[in-house]
Design a protein. Structure first.
Length: 77
């Protein structure tokens, strides 16, 4: 039982936040917690702003499935 029966899943997370900012650190920490809580079966690869897309592209990358999740501020959209 438990998390050892989970399949291995990897998602990509893009962000609007600059490296080292409180919001970026929160997004990175979220990704770490997901992995820890799933016993490493569910990982989220974190990509800082500009690594996969620019800030203005985060919503589109998630909407079209290029990335499975994004860190942003709802007021941007």
């Amino acid at each position: 039982g438990g998390t050892d029966d989970m399949p291995d899943i990897t998602w990509r997370m893009v962000t609007t936040w600059s490296p080292g900012t409180a919001h970026a650190i929160t997004d990175e920490t979220f990704c770490e917690y997901v992995s820890k809580l799933s016993n490493g079966h569910f990982t989220i690869d974190y990509y800082g702003v500009g690594e996969l897309c620019d800030q203005a592209e985060v919503f589109d990358y998630v909407a079209n499935g290029t990335a499975e999740c994004g860190g942003d501020w709802a007021g941007y959209w």
